[in-house]
Design a protein around this ligand. Structure first.
Ligand SMILES: [Zn+2]
Length: 326
């Protein structure tokens, strides 16, 4: 994933808590990530949903994660990248899959890029997109960096969500799962013009063919496997959709893992935000105290937990259900 500005401030938590004043104040004074946060998380006492209607299998999701990581570094243009493409596709056999393949011309040369979209039709007119990038950081290609959290966790999460959607009649919006490509910057520090290639291409394509008007929500997953799970409230995301994610977390009793920090995150949702699509980035951008494991060879499986995948997976599916009912 890419960069973020952290805000110093109290928790602005969940659904209905009014905190616009605080957010506005924060929005004028972004702090860099070294700012220390003492986030007083709000523990709202709400009973867990007795019928979450999901059988999200976190053990299976963790197995996918480990299998993706086992390919090694997966930067664009690499053999490992091709292998993970094939790996994702091999889990979508029998599903309706669209591929959006094209070539990018970067300062590091030309590279093939491929977005993979699996479509699960619903009865209601409209689409909910759930996305994750599957490439690993290109500048770190020569290191032992394997992106267990940054890339593999969310890609594995989507594979398990596919299992939850497959073969079931959806009495709601169509759900499209998007494994997007070439998210990571070609250079570090981050270069806007040389990142988010996959989603920028797809958002433009969907704008040109009219698809974008049908997208009711864009839910982005990024760095969702940290055993110490604290999903940020992202100020670039659409407030009402963030609220809905918060409501889903409360319904499932997972609210202590959500919105303990306020962050402004520039990530794969940006091209959709810019086109007016309601979007939410589910990201935990504090991976190791001070985010020390991010974009380092320390981003390994031992820092992650299947429980975190379960929490984010179930909250995502609950958010979809709430959107269906809206
Ligand atoms: Zn990254």
């Amino acid at each position: 994933m890419m960069r973020a500005y952290r805000f110093v401030g109290l928790t602005c938590l969940l659904a209905a808590l009014a905190c616009s004043k605080q957010k506005n104040a924060a929005a004028t004074s972004p702090q860099t990530v070294e700012a220390h946060l003492d986030s007083g998380r709000i523990e709202t006492q709400v009973p867990a949903n007795s019928d979450p209607g999901t059988s999200f299998n976190e053990i299976r999701a963790m197995r996918y994660l480990k299998e993706i990581v086992a390919f090694g570094p997966r930067p664009i243009g690499s053999e490992n990248h091709k292998k993970v493409e094939e790996y994702i596709l091999s889990h979508l056999k029998g599903d309706e899959v669209e591929e959006d393949a094209f070539t990018i011309d970067t300062s590091e040369g030309k590279f093939p890029v491929r977005n993979i979209i699996a479509k699960y039709p619903g009865t209601r007119d409209g689409i909910i997109v759930i996305a994750s990038h599957y490439d690993t950081n290109y500048p770190l290609r020569g290191t032992s960096y394997i992106g267990a959290n940054d890339g593999a966790s969310s890609s594995a999460l989507l594979l398990e969500i596919a299992n939850q959607l497959r073969g079931k009649k959806r009495d709601g919006y169509s759900v499209w799962l998007l494994w997007d490509d070439a998210e990571e910057s070609m250079k570090l520090p981050w270069v806007d013009a040389e990142s988010l290639y996959g989603v920028r291409h797809l958002a433009q394509k969907w704008q040109d063919d009219g698809t974008i008007k049908k997208i009711k929500a864009f839910l982005l997953e990024d760095m969702v496997g940290d055993a110490d799970l604290n999903i940020d409230r992202d100020t670039n995301s659409t407030p009402w959709l963030e609220d809905l994610v918060g409501q889903a977390a409360v319904r499932l009793g997972y609210q202590s893992h959500f919105f303990g920090r306020i962050n402004q995150v520039e990530d794969d949702h940006m091209p959709f935000i810019q086109r007016g699509v309601p979007s939410a980035d589910l990201i935990d951008f504090d991976y190791g105290y001070g985010n020390v494991f991010w974009h380092t060879p320390q981003d390994t499986v031992d820092k992650l937990s299947p429980k975190s995948l379960q929490i984010v997976g179930e909250v995502t599916l609950e958010t979809v259900r709430l959107l269906d009912k809206k």
